[in-house]
Write a protein that binds this ligand. Sequence first.
Ligand SMILES: NC(=O)c1ccc[n+]([C@@H]2O[C@H](COP(=O)([O-])OP(=O)(O)OC[C@H]3O[C@@H](n4cnc5c(N)ncnc54)[C@H](O)[C@@H]3O)[C@@H](O)[C@H]2O)c1
Ligand SMILES: O=C(O)CC[C@@H](O)C(=O)O
Length: 529
Amino acid sequence: MYKVLVSDPISDMGIQLLYDAEDVLVDKKPGLTEDELVAIIGDYDALLVRSQTRVTDRVMEAGKKLKVVGRAGVGVDNIDLPSATKRGIIVINAPDGNTITTCEHTFAMMMALARHIPQAYMKTVGGEWDRKSFLGVELRNKVLGVLGMGRIGSEVAARAKAFGMKIHAYDPFLTEERAEKLGVQLGTVNEIVANADFITVHTPLTPETRHMISSHQFEIMKKGMRIVNCARGGIIDEMALIEAIDSDIVAGAAFDVFEEEPPRADHPFLKHPKVIVTPHLGASTVEAQENVAIDVSEQVLLILRGEAFKNAVNMPPVPADVLNKLAPYFTLGEKLGNFLAQLTIGAVREIHVNYSGDLSEVDTTPLTRYIVRGVLSHHLGTEVVNVVNSMHLAKERDVQVVIQKTASTKGFTNLITVTLKSDKVDRSIAGTLLTGYGPRFVQIDKFPVDVAPEGNLLIISHNDKPGIIGRVGTLLGVNDVNIATMQVGRDNVGGAAIMVLTVDKPIPKEVLEQLGELPEIIKLKAIVL
Ligand SMILES: NC(=O)c1ccc[n+]([C@@H]2O[C@H](COP(=O)([O-])OP(=O)(O)OC[C@H]3O[C@@H](n4cnc5c(N)ncnc54)[C@H](O)[C@@H]3O)[C@@H](O)[C@H]2O)c1
Ligand SMILES: O=C(O)CC[C@@H](O)C(=O)O
């Protein structure tokens, strides 16, 4: 049974999938302190959070069983990603579910700013009928500067066009071609701030975007402009903004997010008549909360059950079409790596992977992670190594991973050949996925074989001499070890040969020792997959 802890308020409808799963037990404990979380996290396989819970290195360290942290939302600034990666904990988010909601909140803020709605409301409910103090501005014909044209920025731009605004935009990934298609004018940050009547930021908070709007930008800004931040606190320098408002450069600001959340009681935004604020409500709609909770629950379930998943933040993204193509190979890849790790003696220096046939045309990076996991988990344990940290752990141990792609497949439509180079030997294995039959090992070192990669295997290197097969069979039979399949391959008549057996139960150590003493047997290895 997998245990999932939900430590922030997350839509029940959204996590229904987890409640319904027979192999999952859900505990809801919102509002835990870091110490309280550290005390209990050791019991859980998955942790689901929004933005309140801080998933620190201490929490990760205490989470001995933790396989995944799911963030019901986009930003993962409350999660220590390097710590998660180091420990092999997958961090996933739900990047699409709150895009429209946050875009609409941005618009609500922009319109409230243009028409002084919160200030006018306060006076009206306070008994004053003040129609003079709140002269607003139209959005029509105004220039809207959009900094960050990702999911939310692009939706904001599309709606602003419907309001008759002219959009000037900057995003490091926005090409002239796409800008034209979206009907926006490209500019640099400084060009945009110099021309815009309204500015809205939709970037993540990174070292580059931190204070991207600061004193210099306020100096060159168009007088009387208005500015909105529904992305992340810190993208706009809060203190520089207050100065710009007080010097009448900026006519008003609308902020949903703050450099420190919640802001201190004496934060200048909270009492300023020209600043309107909401408490990080961008994603707070029924629809968005359901969407993100559903997305994250689906992914958590896949991860707990060891199935293919998407949206991992601490792994490069894999497009859905690539994932669909590669997922059937994940088990084969891991078994190839694991088989070789068991077969190879000495300290592993290099994992060499050759992808051929169909696989030579796809980005196989996710599959490589499985192969490397297979190799490393033999020594480090399957609990320690997973597809998030496998490359990191290999690098940490100076194990080089070399990838090669070739078109030729020796008659197979797809072929993965893995070679382990240790300080003592080079061993290799090739495997393929046969339609209707699943994964098969088709070559061990230079010997062609046809083996289903599962259960108890016995690999025997021997000299090709009459009687050897019979003697191995007899010895196993006498010791009550039933042979399920047996294959032999040889170099040339009387030369080096290999025997691959699958047997119905693990072969006792004494039987392996007796087998090793048979004439003509060079070496043997029992392998469990
Ligand atoms: N207020 C809320 O409740 C709320 C809700 C959802 C998202 N957000 C935040 O909104 C922001 C945008 O989210 P999104 O889903 O659109 O993300 P996204 O990843 O789709 O878009 C972000 C864009 O910013 C661009 N960018 C990065 N550095 C930049 C720079 N220096 N200058 C200009 N552009 C830059 C990226 O290229 C990307 O296109 C994020 O910070 C996210 O955390 C806030
Ligand atoms: O309400 C939340 O959980 C935060 C939403 C938002 O900031 C996000 O990053 O998705």
